[in-house]
Ligand binder design. Sequence first.
Ligand SMILES: [Zn+2]
Length: 111
Amino acid sequence: MKIVELWYKLLVWLGIRKPLYQYLYVQDFPDVWKEKTVYLLGKPNNEWLAGLLCPCGCKKKIELILLPEERPCWHLTIHKKGTLSLKPSVWLTKGCKSHFFLTKGDIKWCD
Ligand SMILES: [Zn+2]
């Protein structure tokens, strides 16, 4: 483990920093999805599908298409510090009706 990761985990453990979303490249979505994880299908710079659990805690699996020719589609940015952003916002029209941005690994809720 790198010292930066260790430091980050310490800050999270101390409650100074919120745990951020991590991303994981997978061949296929796993059966059980972990919280605070964005699963990416495809290769780096060639991702086509992202999956994450709804951040409200309702356990809904959200799948986001990353192909620019599809509608709707989301734009994925992976930042140097290992965080990621998705644009535009994610808005669930059914169920919990969550509406949020995932920006640099952090959830920003919309009212
Ligand atoms: Zn939800």
